[in-house]
Design a protein around this ligand. Structure first.
Ligand code: HEC
Length: 376
């Protein structure tokens, strides 16, 4: 009898010790760590989740988006690999949001939460050492397809420079599907003869050789931007190299959305403070999209491309890229002992082209394969 009494008392104490859910204590830290990079004024998401009022207004939708794992956007199949930039919520975080909503989305006490994060309206990399803007704006029509648009920007670097961080900031963000900045060293003949400092597309280049070249290059890539992507920030002791007197070639893929616009994308870079021990290279394994013969009514069609690394390497990041018909994407590595390992499997979404930063993929493997599956 006495034991039973004690049991009830301790249960009651336990309940009393469970505080009521609070926005500031339970929800705000999750929003700061997983949502506000996009959900803040002037960022890519359509509404802000900076304050209690903004969040309360959307509480149901936030709970649903969290539970269905629609938000934060992330497309790596949990089957394979671990990624340093995986923003996914843990089951505990999803449950904390749910408990808060079920309790009526109470505000709680401001002092129980973390201080408000101050996001910079400008660059996400700390103070760029150099900002290069596409010299001439690109006019975008309200409708129709826009061909890949290029602009060549000379650097005039008297000596080679090492880039530690870089970021692309489009002006007409709603229209940019992807942007790539290539590094063209002085000895490269890629697109030599194309105009400098003005926008052009392959079809405006009258030389058939140049037209073909616009779509293929072996040049190193400084960085890629796509909606939702973050700036590049290479680990300590590693950096991208821009040889002296290189040109930077901006390749812009614009989409139309009913509104005409004008874009002038800027590149911000921060140089390495000391010369790094390792050089970061971006390799492309590509299929020529003009030659992918998807049969009618095929729901899955596999396209593979493979290559061999010239030397041992450390894998820092994957950027799977396809167009509208892309469905799944897989990276496999063939190890020297003949075994194969899947490093990344992506449920590909055309509108969310993310980079995936593998943890512990420092491999000395030589074979590198990428596979993609395309529906019709
Ligand atoms: C990488 C940028 C990004 C991050 C991080 C992000 N969102 Fe979003 N979110 C968006 C964009 C863009 C949209 C609108 C387009 C869409 O629905 O896909 C959106 C839409 C939403 C919607 C509306 C969904 C619907 O079904 O209409 C909710 C709710 C939401 N986000 C909540 C969150 C929460 C909660 C987090 C953090 C746990 C989060 N988001 C993290 C970019 C982001």
């Amino acid at each position: 009898m006495a034991g039973c009494f004690f049991l009830i008392v301790s249960q009651a104490l336990f309940n009393a010790a469970q505080p009521r859910p609070s926005f500031y204590r339970d929800v705000l830290p999750i929003l700061q760590g997983h949502c506000q990079s996009c959900h803040r004024p002037d960022a890519i998401a359509p509404f802000s989740l900076m304050t209690y009022r903004e969040t309360r207004l959307r509480a149901q939708a936030i709970g649903a988006a969290g539970e269905s794992r629609k938000m934060p956007p992330w497309f790596a199949d949990p089957c394979c690999g671990h990624f340093a930039n995986d923003p996914s919520l843990t089951p505990e975080q999803i449950a904390a949001i749910k408990d808060w909503i079920e309790a009526g989305a109470p505000e709680g006490n401001r002092n129980d939460g973390p201080p408000t994060l101050h996001w910079t309206a400008g660059w996400n990399v700390p103070r760029p050492d150099l900002v290069l803007k596409m010299p001439v704006p690109v006019r975008l029509p309200a409708a129709g397809d826009v061909e890949y648009t290029y602009e060549i920007v000379p650097t005039d670097f008297a000596e080679g420079r090492w880039v530690q961080m870089s970021e692309l900031r489009p002006l007409a963000r709603d229209h940019v599907h992807h942007a790539v900045v290539y590094i063209r060293p002085p000895e490269s003949n890629w697109l030599r003869g194309a105009p400098i400092g003005v926008p052009f597309t392959a079809s405006t280049l009258h030389d058939p050789h140049l037209m073909h070249e616009a779509h293929s290059t072996t040049s190193d890539l400084l960085l890629v931007y796509a909606p939702g992507s973050s700036p590049d920030n290479w680990p300590e002791g590693m950096a991208k190299y821009i040889p002296a007197h290189s040109d930077l070639i901006f390749q812009m893929h614009y989409t139309t959305n009913g509104q005409p616009a004008s874009d002038q994308t800027s590149l911000g870079v921060r140089f390495a403070r000391t010369p790094p021990a390792k050089r970061v290279l971006t390799l492309q394994l590509a299929n020529d999209s003009d030659r992918i013969p998807i049969p009618p009514n095929a729901s899955n069609y596999r396209v593979a491309v493979e290559g061999t690394l010239p030397n041992d390497a450390e894998l820092l990041s994957f950027f799977p890229h396809m167009h509208l018909r892309g469905k799944n994407f897989e990276y496999n590595i063939g190890h020297a002992d003949g075994t194969q390992e899947t490093l990344l499997r992506v449920n590909y979404d055309f509108y969310w082209q993310l980079s995936y930063l593998p943890v512990g993929a420092a491999v000395s493997a030589r074979r590198h394969q990428a596979r993609s599956h395309r529906p019709v």
